[in-house]
Design a protein around this ligand. Structure first.
Ligand SMILES: [Zn+2]
Length: 114
């Protein structure tokens, strides 16, 4: 019997649950961020800064962009689970170790190809 080192279906389900939890957490933080922004612009005594200008606004945009990127990567990972392509290195085609997926569930390459 050939061992591919591929993750079991139980491990896959666990990773899928982790990814869904993380996506929900990101969506909550994005919703929170959006309401903070609304409060800031509604406050007449605050300096109104157009998005993308000034240090604070620039920092917010950068952080939000990073969170959006992670949200997209996790969504992609969920799609790969649905397609049955999850946990396979996109570079060499080897199975990605379960331990690596636990730490980086959105990983698309094995440790060697990272
Ligand atoms: Zn690889």
């Amino acid at each position: 019997m050939r061992s591919t080192g591929a993750i079991s279906s139980a491990q896959l389900h666990e990773l899928e649950a982790d990814i869904r939890d993380e996506l929900a957490r990101i969506e909550r933080s994005l919703a929170h961020e959006a309401s903070d922004e609304a409060l800031l612009t509604a406050d007449g005594t605050s300096l109104r800064v157009a998005p993308g200008f000034g240090t604070d606004a620039g920092l917010t945009v950068t952080l939000t962009g990073r969170v959006h990127a992670r949200h997209m990567e996790l969504s992609e990972a969920l799609r790969r689970i649905t397609d049955g392509r999850y946990g396979v290195c996109g570079h060499c085609g080897a199975a990605i170790a379960y331990g690596r997926l636990l730490v980086v569930p959105e990983a698309t390459t094995c440790l060697e190809c990272r």
